[in-house]
Design a protein around this ligand. Structure first.
Ligand code: HEC
Length: 121
């Protein structure tokens, strides 16, 4: 009798542990993949040292940039060139530095992300 009860308890314990592992594992996995590629590129190229998402820092907030160019079919190309070559005069006198070492693919992705309003996921 005691033996049967003992096994039930052990089996129940394992199911409980597995269940917990699954529940605890979900949010970790989800947040690891949630950051968009554009945000990763912006982080790793120090864009966020001068740009915030929703307010002006040294440069305009990325959400402001998205609003300004909303519906402009030339914006993607124009802003890719601006990130690569730098420039000033659109938002003020402080120049945007050039980024000659960034790959075209990275520039394309980060500009696309900015024009989408720089979502955090
Ligand atoms: C040293 C500060 C600084 C850094 C670093 C920086 N920016 Fe800028 N950025 C600016 C400033 C200042 C402006 C406004 C330029 C202007 O008025 O024409 C600007 C403007 C922009 C614009 C709008 C351009 C326009 O013509 O409307 C985009 C898009 C942009 N930055 C993206 C980026 C990205 C992407 C990175 C990282 C690869 C980055 N910036 C890094 C300072 C910076």
């Amino acid at each position: 009798m005691a033996g049967v009860w003992g096994r039930r308890v052990v089996v129940g314990g394992w199911v409980g542990v597995l269940g917990l592992a699954v529940v605890a594992g979900w949010p970790v996995g989800a947040s690891a993949t949630a950051a968009p590629a554009g945000l990763d590129i912006a982080r790793s190229n120090a864009c966020l040292g001068c740009h915030a998402i929703d307010r002006k820092l040294v440069g305009p907030g990325f959400a402001q940039v998205a609003a300004k160019y909303k519906g402009d079919p030339q914006a993607q190309k124009r802003l890719e060139a601006k990130v690569r070559d730098g420039g000033s005069g659109v938002w003020g006198v402080i120049p945007m530095p050039a980024h000659p070492r960034m790959s075209d693919a990275d520039i394309k992705t980060v500009v696309q992300w900015v024009l989408e309003g720089a979502p955090s996921k």
